[in-house]
Design a protein around this ligand. Structure first.
Ligand SMILES: [Zn+2]
Length: 385
């Protein structure tokens, strides 16, 4: 591969008088020049007009200038901003969605960087919460939109507050407990959501439009039982992540600009490695569905929800202590027992093979064990009940 500044770029450009033709260009001047495509409507003050910034998207007939203005006023919540969530956040932020709320309970680690497009090595070193790291990264490439970072575990007690005002919800989670909770909320509040998942080389996604399509419980009445693969056990290709996010973000754009008839009414799954592809129809609610038919929202009511969650990558989450934490005082208390540091959003305490990460609301992630009893013991010993 030649370096970026010397490589030749072949671009196909349509002009008003010529049929499509390839242009062979080299060097930095080969980059697209927004001004050349959009002399009418350009903002002489600095190119921050919608017409300028999103000119290539405005040219796309499915969006147009009216659609772009609609996107600027749109409000989306993304639950989980690790792999799929960050990729979708990246796409929607660049596409000009005006207000994006990112909800994530986790922090950036080095092993995330292979696939989680909004984070870098400095974020991993600083163990920044993903929602905040993503917000900062987005602000570097699109300062004209609003991004809210919510460092939180989405649970029945906070879901109405965290998702309030969002026109639609995008699934960027890695677990079914949260997805069934979001599904309950979406049907209760009549808010569409888009399921997306990536695992191994596989990507899957489905639109849930309350009253028009089936919901998650229509297709799968119960969450999967027993041990299920996660990206920590089955591995994951970043290409599968980006495919799931591209499909999800495009469907979100269709919804937000009002092109509901072009939204897919299937559960679509693709394996990028084997090229297997399947689609399951989801064109109407299922008669007798407990959620969208009988409106029984057991997940919103928090029934059966464990206080301790096995996180799949050698860690256990404890979220029974919702109370503010004084990190400075906690650091002084823990210093004799191991390595401890904190920032405004979290405290990390390392002792032997175990690391406890404590978040501001009192939630803790115990790494180095999958044994809930060990985690509970470490928590009780060092953090206190
Ligand atoms: Zn249903």
């Amino acid at each position: 591969m030649s370096s970026p500044d010397t490589r030749e770029i072949v671009e196909t450009r349509r002009t008003s008088s010529l049929s499509p033709r390839p242009l062979l260009l080299s060097g930095p001047e080969a980059k697209c020049d927004p001004a050349s495509a959009n002399s009418a409507g350009a903002d002489p003050a600095g190119g921050h007009s919608i017409e300028d910034r999103y000119s290539r998207q405005v040219l796309f007939p499915g969006i147009g200038l009216a659609g772009q203005r609609t996107l600027a006023a749109a409000r989306v919540a993304i639950v989980g901003c690790g792999a799929t969530g960050a990729a979708s956040a990246n796409l929607l932020a660049r596409a000009g969605v005006g207000e994006i709320t990112l909800i994530d309970r986790d922090f950036v680690e080095e092993s995330n960087l292979q696939r989680q497009v909004l984070f870098d090595e400095a974020d991993a070193l600083a163990a920044l919460p993903k929602a905040e790291a993503a917000r900062r990264k987005i602000s570097l490439f699109n300062s004209s939109i609003q991004v809210h970072a919510r460092v939180a575990d989405l649970v029945p007690a906070n879901i109405h507050e965290l998702l309030r005002g969002a026109q639609m919800v995008l699934d960027g989670t890695d677990n079914f407990e949260t997805r069934y909770l979001v599904n309950d909320y979406a049907i209760e509040q009549n808010v569409p959501w888009i399921y997306a998942a990536a695992l191994g080389g596989y990507a899957a996604t489905m639109n849930i439009l309350p009253g028009q399509t089936g919901c998650l419980a229509c297709l799968f009445p119960q969450p999967p039982a027993g041990a299920i693969d996660t990206c920590d056990t089955a591995g994951i290709l970043n290409t599968a992540v980006n495919l799931a996010a591209s499909l999800q973000a495009t469907e979100a754009l269709k919804f937000l600009v009002g092109d509901h008839k072009n939204m897919r009414r299937t559960l679509l799954a693709m394996d990028l490695w084997s090229n297997d592809r399947s689609e399951l129809p989801n064109s109407a609610p299922r008669t007798g569905c407990t959620v969208c038919g009988r409106r029984e929202f057991v997940h919103l009511r928090g029934e059966g929800r464990p206080h301790i969650t096995l996180c799949g990558r050698n860690s256990v989450q404890i979220h029974e202590h919702h109370r503010p934490v004084d990190f400075a005082a906690m650091q002084r208390r823990l210093e004799p027992h191991g390595t401890v540091r904190h920032n405004q959003m979290l405290l990390r305490f390392q002792r032997g093979e175990h690391t406890i990460t404590l978040f501001a609301d009192g939630r803790a992630l115990v790494q180095g064990t999958t044994d809930a009893a060990v985690a509970r013991s470490l928590y009780a010993r060092f953090i206190g009940s």
